[in-house]
Design a protein around this ligand. Structure first.
Ligand code: CUA
Length: 192
């Protein structure tokens, strides 16, 4: 029994791996304040990660999708949705709108939808880089020649939602804007 004990006891003490692990942990000399700051740093990263997950999956924040590539020279071709872009109703309360950005306007620059509608925006540029920011929504995207950018938003509040070009595109960049008007039902409008 004692022989077995004496044989087995030295094993952990002479295990090279174990010795190294002990020495390394001691060699770190993490003092109290350093340890506290390491914990704070890790906590901040965890908070950021949770914020990204909540924003992306619970709050619906999303990157503008690259719907398709498009040759800017073909925008006016027959059959191109950007030749004479308009609002289209796909189903009750479901709309899509193609918008052509150009120096220095959006076509169309006034859109009317009923309250409660969900609208999918498809934008491209015929010339230079533009932007499309629709207030009070998460629609905020770059509009590039050669690419169709898309995002969807739902409009539960009636009112006027202005949209602007928020990428500098030249001399009259600041005049490039339009509006989306979310209309209340007729009976609601009469009561007001
Ligand atoms: Cu278009 Cu700025």
């Amino acid at each position: 029994m004692s022989e077995q004990h004496s044989e087995s006891t030295p094993t952990p003490a002479h295990d090279a791996g174990n010795d190294d692990a002990v020495v390394t942990a001691e060699a770190l000399h993490v003092d109290r304040f350093e340890g506290a700051w390491i914990r704070v740093s890790v906590l901040v990263l965890v908070v950021f990660l949770v914020a990204v997950i909540v924003a992306g999956f619970a709050a619906g924040f999303q990157l503008p999708g690259q719907y398709a590539r498009i040759d800017p020279a073909t925008l006016y071709d027959p059959g191109s949705p950007f030749a004479d872009p308009v609002l289209r109703e796909l189903a009750p309360g479901r709309y899509e709108v193609y918008i052509r950005a150009q120096i220095w306007s959006f076509i169309p620059n006034e859109i009317h939808v009923p309250v409660g509608s969900s609208v999918t925006f498809y934008l491209t540029s015929q010339d230079v880089q533009h932007g499309f920011k629709l207030e009070r929504t998460n629609v905020n995207m770059m509009v590039l020649p050669g690419q169709v950018s898309t995002l969807t938003a739902k409009f539960d509040e009636p009112g006027t939602y202005n949209f602007i070009c928020h990428e500098y595109c030249g001399q009259l960049h600041h005049t490039m804007y339009g509006k989306l008007i979310v209309e209340a039902p007729a009976e609601q409008a009469n009561q007001q």
